[in-house]
Design a protein around this ligand. Structure first.
Ligand code: MN
Length: 211
């Protein structure tokens, strides 16, 4: 199986002014495409793993021959993370205080404002490139955590430092925001709340709860 670039569920300019058209184009057509191309190249050398879905591939990195583990972690992780990220966004946010996820957020983080502040604080304190996630951990607890590079909580604690199911994530690599926000990462993180697809997050949350 060859992985291919998934289409975005919106046009490149639809997340304006929060994420600019040029960033969306380069991010999707160049950065994401490169992770996919690299993953496909690596899998040519280990074809016995090429039938896996991208999600199963990143969940099974420990079974990959050691010499390919790091490059596959970075590139297959990049493909999964970006596909997941695009689906976490939408033109106009659809926050609804009746969502089960929102009620759970209130339970673990007091209220939505405190949750956002905690998220923003962690996002701005991540050093280097990586991602910030809302995760349902193995004890069904909601936590906010960052991972480095293209690591994902689905890779497990040994590889990514954290284990659990991501509910939504935000790309904190400079390529995700630098053209518009330069060094002002906090403005990019603040803008994220205007384009977060809460309904998608709610669906993921419910699916993981029952699994
Ligand atoms: Mn990215």
């Amino acid at each position: 199986m060859k992985y291919i670039l998934p289409e975005l569920p919106y046009d490149y300019d639809e997340l304006e002014p929060y994420i600019d058209t040029n960033t969306m184009k380069i991010h999707h057509q160049k950065h994401h495409q490169t992770y996919i191309n690299n993953t496909n190249e690596i899998l040519k050398k280990i074809p016995q793993f090429s039938h896996l879905s991208i999600k199963d591939l990143i969940k099974n990195l420990e079974n990959i021959p050691e010499k390919y583990q790091v490059s596959l972690k970075n590139n297959a992780g990049g493909h999964f993370n970006h596909s997941f990220f695009w689906r976490s966004l939408k033109k106009k946010t659809n926050y609804n205080s009746n969502f089960k996820l929102v009620k759970k957020i209130h339970y673990f983080f007091k209220d939505i404002n405190n949750f956002k502040q905690t998220f923003e604080k962690k996002a701005t304190s991540l050093f280097g490139s990586g991602w910030i996630w809302l995760i349902l951990d193995d004890n069904k607890k909601l936590i906010i955590s960052c991972t480095s590079n293209q690591d994902n909580p689905l890779m497990g604690k040994k590889i990514s430092g954290i284990s659990g199911y991501p509910i939504f994530g935000l790309d904190l690599w400079e390529h995700a925001y630098y053209l518009k926000y330069q060094n002002r990462r906090i403005e990019y993180v603040n803008a994220f709340w205007n384009i977060l697809n809460w309904e998608k997050a709610e669906i993921r949350f419910k699916n993981h709860l029952s699994s």
